[in-house]
Design a protein around this ligand. Structure first.
Ligand SMILES: Nc1ncnc2c1ncn2[C@@H]1O[C@H](COP(=O)(O)OP(=O)(O)O)[C@@H](O)[C@H]1O
Ligand code: SF4
Ligand SMILES: [Mg+2]
Length: 329
């Protein structure tokens, strides 16, 4: 059995808009190994969500995956029809999105919603589904699960609703869990609790996880490996220890120093100067060029390829070696 559970290669997704084509994801490749947590990090608009939505067949009508493969246990998900994809989504791959209020059905009891996913995939009888749903609610830290089964989403707090979403995602014992900004809509104190529920489930079930976040701190705390995205491309990928000590992309360094700023000032996020690229034009040169302090003419002309600079550490920057040597961490 291959150690690689999900192997995404050269994924490219565009959207049609009245003002032109949006180059949302441009040749993204990454792998997820069995049992590991992969963090995908980047500012808003960098193509994180579209990358996973493309793999799951969930991009809207105006979107199109124009190139790439996404092999899940050797089967290319991009070639599945709707029916085949439904058998994978929710069963083999569990998904937790940012906002549980829009993902949960407001007029159905939460217990019924947890049971439904098991019944749709014909995993067990109704009675068994009830018992399993109670156990799942307990696993995600919901007290008095028998009573909570009968609640409607509006009767629960935001944190509780997200726990229910996690229970639904775990219900079919997926091999891969994809969590897209799962705590962004929650209060800071609740965020940590929900993240630890996810981490515990991942460890106990030895499940692979993709954790999408704009928060580098979340990624470095929870993940085994980190991918940094910008302008619909992978800028850097490395095991987390290597990334923390030796990140070699100016954008990764900038993300890190914005964390340091938060820590030292205690509150305000110091944004990276400049704006993310407008994705309405095809990328030419390095997407980070307009904001990079090390930019040269070559950067503006030539898209930097992802290069290996250490074991399992790849970076897309013409000047990565200099970043490593000369720029202080
Ligand atoms: N349905 C859509 N139609 C047009 N553009 C879209 C659509 N969905 C996403 N995009 C664009 O694709 C790019 C990547 O978006 P997204 O993957 O959601 O970013 P992230 O998750 O990293 O914040 C953005 O420029 C966004 O505006
Ligand atoms: S390729 Fe050039 S512009 Fe892009 S990150 Fe590296 S140094 Fe900066
Ligand atoms: Mg997103």
């Amino acid at each position: 059995m291959s150690d690689i559970l999900l192997d995404v290669r050269d994924l490219t997704t565009h959207f049609r808009r009245p003002d032109g084509l949006v180059y949302a994801v441009n040749g993204v490749s990454f792998q997820v190994r069995r049992g590991e947590t992969l963090g995908i990090v980047g500012e808003s608009g960098s193509g994180k969500s579209v990358s996973v939505l493309s793999i799951l067949g969930l991009i809207g009508e105006n979107g199109k995956v124009v190139a790439g493969t996404a092999e899940f246990e050797g089967v290319d998900l991009l070639k599945l029809n709707r029916h085949e994809m439904r058998a994978v989504r929710g069963r083999e791959i569990g998904i937790v999105f940012q906002d549980p209020m829009t993902s949960l059905n407001p007029i159905k009891r939460v217990g019924q919603q947890v049971m439904e996913v098991m019944l749709v995939h014909r995993l067990c009888s109704k009675q068994e589904a009830w018992d399993r749903a109670v156990a799942l609610l307990e696993e995600v830290g919901i007290a008095d699960p028998h009573r909570r089964m009968k609640n409607y989403p509006f009767e629960l707090s935001g944190g509780m609703r997200q726990r229910v979403m996690i229970a639904i995602a775990l219900a079919c014992q997926p091999k891969l869990l994809i969590a897209d900004e799962p705590t962004t809509a929650l209060d800071v104190t609740v965020q940590m609790q929900v993240l630890s529920v996810l981490r515990e489930a991942q460890v106990n079930r030895q499940m692979s996880t993709i954790m999408i976040t704009h928060d580098l701190g979340v990624a470095t705390n929870l993940c085994d490996r980190v991918i940094v995205m910008y302008g619909g491309q992978v800028m850097e990928s490395a095991p987390v220890e290597e990334f923390v000590r030796h990140s070699a992309h100016p954008y990764s360094r900038a993300l890190k120093s914005s964390i340091l700023e938060i820590g030292s000032r205690g509150r305000k996020i110091a944004p990276i100067p400049g704006n993310p690229p407008v994705m309405i034009e095809p990328p030419r040169g390095c997407p980070f060029a307009d904001r990079c302090l090390l930019v040269t003419d070559r950067c503006r002309d030539e898209i930097p390829d992802l290069r290996i600079i250490a074991q399992e550490h790849v970076v897309a920057c013409h000047r990565a070696e200099e970043v490593l040597e000369h720029v202080a961490q």
